[in-house]
Design a protein around this ligand. Structure first.
Ligand SMILES: Cc1ncc(COP(=O)(O)O)c(C=O)c1O
Length: 277
């Protein structure tokens, strides 16, 4: 189903029309570090008896509708499962591939533990057909050390997002189609990525590249147009908001070590691109 054009997260109003007798669950992705709109998603899941698996790969520490008076709803804790990635580009990155699955349900937890070791328990007695998905000790040791810095790194990213808003707010207000990230419900956005919508995105990207500024496109091809899903027979036009995002999104540099000067230079180059036309 299609995304919300402002947050790029799943659009809850499009979910129910897609549910069939075969539907088992909903997998909302907390994209770029902001939680998907979980209240309607959990309501729909409840009333249709569906699992919710949160893809919190980019959202470690992000919070949905934080309210100091009530329980904080953290990414990964709201559904039946929360899945996190510690791929090196994530806010908490390992030295290689790593990840984590969390669940509050002891039965599901036990099953997940079994699946990660080829379904074997005790060793060499296989109860299930699983996979090899262990987090190796070296990665765990690195993550434990880096974890101490996560909050301060996240705070840096949030400050940088605020700074981009200051530097580029005027451009966003005056240039049609140029959109800065939108935060819903005062969510705690952890800015794994800072993604803008930019007219003439590919030319802008090239211009920034020539100025020594690396950017990325998350993601150039929406799922329904990926070759691997051709068997679902979707066509261009089926999910217009996702298609528009794929053509216009651009992730600007954001990482704790980015300096104020570098950030100012990024903003200055973007403005220079649109000024020269
Ligand atoms: C939204 C999202 N989901 C899932 C993944 C997969 O995570 P991993 O590479 O750790 O398996 C990623 C990582 O790139 C991601 O960004």
């Amino acid at each position: 189903m299609d995304i919300d054009p402002l947050t790029f997260n799943i659009n809850p109003s499009k979910i129910e029309e897609k549910i069939t007798r075969k539907t088992k669950g909903i997998i909302p992705v907390h994209l770029f570090g902001q939680c998907a709109d979980m209240d309607p998603i959990l309501r729909i899941a409840n009333s249709n008896r569906l699992f919710v698996i949160e893809d919190a790969a980019q959202a470690l520490g992000s919070e949905y509708k934080p309210d100091p008076k009530t329980r904080v709803q953290t990414a990964g804790k709201m559904g039946d499962f929360g899945c996190f990635s510690f791929f090196p580009t994530k806010n908490l990155g390992a030295f290689g591939d790593a990840g984590m699955v969390v669940t509050k349900d002891p039965v599901l937890a036990e099953r997940t533990r079994l699946l990660r070791v080829h379904g074997s328990h005790p060793k060499y007695f296989h109860k299930l057909i699983g996979i090899n998905s262990r987090l190796d000790t070296l990665q765990a040791a690195i993550l434990l050390v880096k974890f101490r810095f996560l909050d301060q790194w996240t705070q840096k990213r949030q400050e940088m997002a605020k700074r981009y808003e200051k530097l580029l707010g005027n451009l966003a207000a005056t240039l049609a189609g140029f959109q800065l990230p939108v935060t819903q419900y005062e969510n705690r956005h952890i800015y794994n990525q800072y993604v803008v919508l930019a007219p003439e995105r590919d030319r802008l990207r090239q211009f920034l590249q020539e100025g020594g500024i690396g950017t990325e496109i998350y993601y150039p091809v929406p799922l329904h147009l990926q070759e691997c899903y051709a068997f679902l027979s979707h066509r261009r036009g089926d999910f217009p908001a996702s298609e528009k995002a794929a053509e216009e999104v651009l992730a600007l540099p954001i990482f704790p070590e980015l300096t104020d000067d570098q950030q100012a230079y990024v903003a200055e180059r973007i403005k220079a691109f649109y000024e020269k036309g």
